[in-house]
Design a protein around this ligand. Structure first.
Ligand SMILES: Cc1ncc(COP(=O)(O)O)c(C=O)c1O
Length: 487
């Protein structure tokens, strides 16, 4: 006679309180024996009754006020439900099934937006910003910038680093380090965010896209080998290979490095999404000739906007520092002998970065926990297959990504995303592969077989809310809505 949301009218105030205690909604639906709703009873109602002198063993039938309860059908969109709460100036809604039985109770906060990945500050960021203000280091240089670079090197094991205004700027500087110029060939993972390859176009170079492999979702070594052989047969030597570590997971670096060495073409590791991840015990981002991190607002740690270029080559990092600060030569006046950029990171933002680095390990741990909670909570939905993590890989699980297996369900990712959006839950498609973008319509693309893995991952893949500040309750809401979608 009691569920998580209902209590039978023949029971007592104490029983109603027990349900409220269990469901953490602050309310319970009092029902007839057939489950029909009589009215909603909030913990505030009960508090008032007790103050009036009612005892815990008072029968609910003796106290229930014939007050109208607002109900909505299960599946009602979050914004409609929220409007109703506002109009009625109430905090709870009873959701009913088609047969009018009570399905659940939602509190106002259960309708709040759940974001994909929002910034999550620690306790030290403000202190470093304040220090910058107090010492008037409000410039794209200063002690926070130096310290931020030093700490990223210490954490990742990189030898040298330069903090810049974005991950995109870092990729651009990396291409300049490798002397990428007009007409040069640069290979890049196709399944990525456009920022990985936009800098190839800044240099008027020619991108060549390479497919993913199903194990890591990242660049497929067999497809890369095919691409390299094809380009070699054209009599051309590419200038760089941009290997992207998607959603916090390293690529198969051993195999990719072997190919890069075989053809003597350096790797730029786009680790914008994989700071804190490891491959065979070594930090993601440190495998290429150059590595790139992003501190954009949605990343595992953020400086609101920012990036870093790392390398074991002191010369390359010094060159990049020079170019990132307008390529000013050492002279008593403004002297310039090559093109420069205004790419340096501000000392204020580097202060945020220092604070965020202090919690990086915690953030990785929490994101991995969130991934594991999804896998466990959705284990009954066999149509949903999560991005794997092979032995020797340690993903930071920046975003929990999964695919809907089209052999197991007719349902489409777009439908699931729409379903979640209606409940104010932000989930996203997996990146749309670069070889399918109008911007790159004439670019050549290599796959290992006739089957394009990146196209499959895009058509069937999605990313779920994964912010390290996502609460268990909010995540349970996502899990419940995904389950409802498959029911
Ligand atoms: C794979 C990848 N590369 C590059 C970037 C560019 O970083 P930023 O936004 O800091 O320019 C991002 C993120 O935005 C990214 O996800």
């Amino acid at each position: 006679m009691m569920s998580n949301y209902t209590v039978y009218i023949g029971l007592y105030i104490k029983d109603a309180l027990e349900v409220i205690n269990r469901n953490s909604k602050g309310a319970v639906a009092v029902v007839e024996s057939d489950g029909t709703l009589i009215q909603l009873l909030t913990d505030g109602d009960i508090r008032r009754l007790i103050l009036e002198g009612y005892a815990l063993d008072t029968k609910l039938s003796g106290i229930v006020m014939k007050r109208q309860t607002i109900t909505v059908e299960i599946g009602t969109e979050a914004h409609t439900a929220k409007m109703l709460l506002d109009e009625q100036e109430i905090d709870h809604l009873v959701y009913v099934n088609k047969d009018k039985s009570v399905a659940e109770i939602k509190h106002r906060r259960d309708l709040d937006p759940i974001l994909l990945s929002s910034p999550h500050m620690g306790k030290d960021e403000l202190r470093f910003i304040e220090e910058a203000f107090n010492t008037n280091w409000i410039a794209p240089l200063g002690p926070n910038v130096n310290e931020f670079e030093k700490q990223v090197c210490e954490i990742t094991g990189a030898k040298h680093a330069v903090a810049v205004s974005s991950g995109t700027a870092a990729i651009h500087l990396a291409l300049l380090n490798l002397n990428v110029q007009q007409g040069d060939y640069v290979l890049c993972s196709s399944l990525t965010f456009v920022a990985s390859c936009n800098p190839i176009l800044y240099q008027q170079a020619t991108p060549v896209f390479v497919d993913s492999e199903p194990n890591t979702w990242n660049m497929c070594p067999k497809a890369l080998l095919k691409a390299m052989q094809h380009i070699q047969d054209m009599g051309v030597k590419p200038k760089a290979i941009i290997v992207v570590n998607l959603y916090g997971q390293s690529s198969d670096m051993d195999s990719l490095i072997e190919i890069s060495e075989q053809f003597n073409v350096p790797i730029i590791e786009d680790a914008a999404e994989s700071l804190g991840a490891k491959y065979k015990g070594k930090h993601s981002g440190t495998f290429g000739k150059l590595g790139v991190f992003s501190f954009n607002g949605n990343k595992i740690i953020t400086t609101s906007g920012g990036g870093m270029l790392i390398s074991d080559s002191k010369e390359m990092i010094e060159q990049s520092l020079h170019r990132a600060t307008q390529a000013r030569n050492n002279a008593p006046y403004y002297l310039h002998s090559e093109v420069g950029f205004n790419y340096r990171m501000s000392n204020i933002l580097a202060g945020i970065g220092r604070g965020q680095l202090n919690v990086l390990e915690e953030r990785v741990k929490r994101r991995r926990e969130i991934y594991n909670r999804y896998v466990e909570g959705l284990s009954s939905i066999t149509e949903l297959e999560f991005m794997p993590e092979l032995e020797g890989y340690y993903s930071n699980r920046w975003l929990t990504a999964a695919t809907l297996n089209p052999n197991k369900t007719e349902k489409k990712v777009t439908e699931l995303l729409q379903h979640l959006a209606k409940q104010n839950i932000e989930a996203r498609h997996v990146w749309k592969p670069m070889h399918t973008q109008p911007l790159f319509k004439d670019v050549i693309y290599f796959t290992a077989t006739e089957h394009s893995v990146s196209d499959y991952l895009f058509e069937n893949g999605l990313c779920l809310p994964s912010g390290s500040n996502l609460t268990d309750t909010a995540q349970d809401r996502v899990i419940q809505e995904i389950k409802r979608f498959f029911e």
